[in-house]
Design a protein around this ligand. Structure first.
Ligand SMILES: Nc1ncnc2c1ncn2[C@@H]1O[C@H](COP(=O)(O)OP(=O)(O)OP(=O)(O)O)[C@@H](O)[C@H]1O
Length: 665
């Protein structure tokens, strides 16, 4: 990563020293080559008459969030999407990135052709504001997971390590490769988010407020990095809230929205002259970025309509001064030309002015003053930055020339097989489990503690004919304990962890201390029932976690379990349940688990229990099963039922997740 060395005054030329200016030297500290990444074509994006509506309340009420906006985003350029709060920046970014796909009208093209969404998703990355990093992985581990998921499994381990090393070097994270991601600074986290996406070498990268939460120096480094990525041939688009003048001038292009319409599209340098053509003079020493937001907010009067028509709601693109004064071409026909012309050089930024040139006069605005200059960025800042960005940040991005796009148009959607992805994610999950203290040790502690407590409470009752009812209470408690410990943890910490080990430990402790029959097959049956209850309960947690938010889930999952507990056969035997309610017992997974453990302990011709009193009603295990209406029960059926419920719940969890993702779009 680029590092800033603020040189002391004595390193400055005499003139600067006298004026008190501090020079900021940008020193590239790392080699910047990304030559081992997969090759990708450069991608230009264009959108035309984009309208986005959301339904509010009754069907007839549709809120229009984007109103027929057009625009173009080019490779090799760093584009900022700016605008007042609520203007529609995030909405536009979500639509362009393919994150939102419904209720959209208008067209989006990729290198002049209609966008193929699945191809585009492969070629683009969307880095959200809150860095979605896994706290319990080191930088290198996180990168390895990304490389294993995103790079072809044909690539060897060494090749993948080379890619990782190269990216970490370029982004200045090599020294932090063994640091846990939770310990990284804000700027480093942002860089790691970018590094993780770079593995796939996406030619288009979207950033939602990449500078939020960063101090000014880190903001500068972050935007510098984005610029470096753009210079490598990528199309970099980010939303940004009122950047400083210094930051603003680092962007190549600006796309400004106000109230869902485009009020400016063009180079950052042309913003002030353009506004001036409409009679909006940005005062000297005023940040142009602030000024355009102020204008968009209506602080200088209502100019939105004037700006929208001045820029043709994004159909115009102000790249050079010529774009204001060229009256020869008709705007709409010029645009049509761009969209239909087959051999247009999409990356030729120099030609764009011509492509989008149109008659400003149509809007009743005169020729601009060409010498208008807002030089706040140059003169009011005491820190000048002598950086030749194009030279310093020369990144070989491994992007393909345009003509090779055809050859790569139909790549497989994922670089690796589903099984391989599953394996990588499983390994990562196991690693999390090992490292997550609360998840691992607290749960282990809870299971061991409760195991010993139950062992002490029900000590040696399993073979006592006088304590059979207590023993049944113990069997039922097992169901309760395993159900709640497995269920709630998945609602809270989606995705699933491994409840099996804890279940085995707990069951071994309580089985021994409560003196259940010491026969291997009975223990195996007991353990199988308990394990399946854990898995089923965990799946209930997954369904609830996938279907609703944590607050509702934590409340609803236990509440929803109450009927299953009531109909488990412990509180009311099957025959005593009203006929019209009996069907619920067939859905009660607790019933199958309880029945399984009861059969394991009292079924299969177990010999009579010991009796230390004159009369023990439950001396014969058959009597117990008879009282529980389990004489005809079948252990295999219980296991099959639990397996079916488990599978149904897993499928339901998957469907809920898919539904949730779809509705978010
Ligand atoms: N699903 C929705 N239902 C109703 N209104 C919505 C919905 N999504 C977005 N909006 C509205 O659309 C407008 C644009 O929202 P968006 O999040 O794109 O704004 P923004 O420019 O990114 O704002 P900010 O800078 O504050 O994040 C807002 O007024 C918002 O309330």
């Amino acid at each position: 990563m680029v590092e800033e060395d603020i040189a002391t005054n004595n390193l400055l030329p005499d003139s600067d020293r006298k004026s008190g200016a501090v020079k900021l030297q940008i020193v590239p500290s790392q080699p910047k080559t990304l030559s081992h990444l997969p090759h990708r074509p450069a991608v230009d994006l264009a959108f035309e008459n984009l309208t986005y509506r959301v339904k509010e309340g009754r069907k007839s009420n549709a809120k229009v969030i984007l109103k027929e906006v057009s625009g173009r985003l080019r490779s090799k350029e760093l584009t900022a999407i700016m605008g007042p709060s609520g203007a529609g920046k995030s909405t536009l970014l979500n639509i362009l990135s393919g994150y939102k796909t419904t209720n959209i009208e208008g067209s989006i093209t990729m290198n002049g052709k209609e966008r193929n969404l699945s191809l585009f998703r492969k070629y683009s990355a969307y880095i959200m504001q809150d860095n979605q990093l896994h706290a319990n992985l080191t930088v290198e581990e996180a990168m390895t997971v990304a490389a294993n998921l995103k790079l072809s499994s044909k690539k060897s381990k060494t090749e993948k390590s080379l890619v990782i090393r190269e990216i970490l070097d370029t982004l200045g994270l090599q020294d932090h490769r063994t640091t846990m991601t939770r310990n990284l600074s804000g700027g480093q986290k942002k860089r790691l988010s970018i590094a993780l996406e770079l593995v796939n070498n996406p030619p288009v990268m979207f950033f939602d407020e990449p500078t939020s939460g960063l101090d000014s120096s880190t903001c500068f480094q972050c935007i510098n990095l984005l610029k470096m990525l753009a210079r490598g041939g990528r199309t970099i688009i980010c939303t940004i809230h009122q950047p400083s003048a210094r930051l603003f001038e680092m962007f190549d292009q600006l796309y400004t929205l106000a109230d869902g319409q485009c009020v400016y599209q063009g180079s950052t340098k042309q913003l002030v002259p353009f506004l001036s053509t409409l009679g909006l003079e940005c005062p000297s020493y005023h940040n142009p970025a602030s000024y355009v937001i102020e204008v968009s907010c209506g602080e200088h009067g209502d100019h939105t309509r004037k700006l929208v028509s001045g820029i043709l709601n994004g159909k115009r693109d102000i790249r050079t001064e010529l774009d204001f004064i060229d009256r020869k071409n008709d705007a709409s026909s010029a645009l049509v030309k761009v969209h239909t012309k087959k051999n247009v050089n999409k990356n030729d930024v120099q030609n764009v002015g011509e492509k989008f040139a149109e008659n400003l006069n149509a809007n009743g605005n005169g020729v601009i003053k060409t010498n208008i200059n807002n030089d706040i960025a140059k003169e009011s800042t005491t820190v000048s930055i002598p950086i030749d960005i194009d030279k310093e940040l020369d990144v070989n991005s491994a992007l393909l020339p345009d003509e090779m796009l055809e050859a790569t148009e139909n790549p497989a959607r994922y670089a690796t097989t589903m099984f391989h992805q599953f394996w990588v994610v499983l390994k990562r999950t196991l690693l999390f489990s090992r490292r997550d203290w609360t998840l691992m040790y607290l749960r282990l502690f809870a299971h061991v503690m409760v195991g010993f407590l139950i062992g002490a409470l029900y000590y040696d009752i399993g073979n006592d004919g006088a304590k059979v009812l207590s023993n049944l209470g113990f069997l039922f408690f097992n169901m309760l304990f395993l159900m709640y410990t497995s269920m709630t943890i998945t609602i809270l910490s989606f995705p699933l962890e491994m409840p099996a080990i804890f279940c085995v430990i707990y069951v071994s402790i309580v089985y021994y201390f409560t003196s259940q029959p010491f026969e291997m097959f009975r223990f195996a049956m007991f353990l199988t029932s308990c394990l399946l209850i854990s898995f089923v309960a965990q799946s209930v947690g997954l369904v609830v976690g996938a279907a609703m938010n944590v607050q509702n889930g934590v409340f609803l999952a236990p509440v929803m379990s109450v009927p299953f507990l009531l109909f488990s056969g412990f509180f009311v035997s099957f025959d005593a349940i009203p006929v019209y309610l009996r069907w619920i017992t067939y859905l009660s997974y607790i019933r199958y688990g309880f029945e399984g453990t009861a059969l394991a302990t009292y079924g299969y011709n177990r010999e009579k229990l010991k009796c230390y009193q004159t009369y023990c009603h439950f001396k014969s295990p058959t009597t117990t099963l008879e009282e529980l209406d389990m004489l005809d029960a079948n252990f295999t059926l219980d296991i099959v039922a639990l397996l079916v419920i488990f599978l149904v719940l897993r499928v339901a969890a998957f469907l809920f997740l898919r539904w949730k993702l779809r509705t978010a779009r």
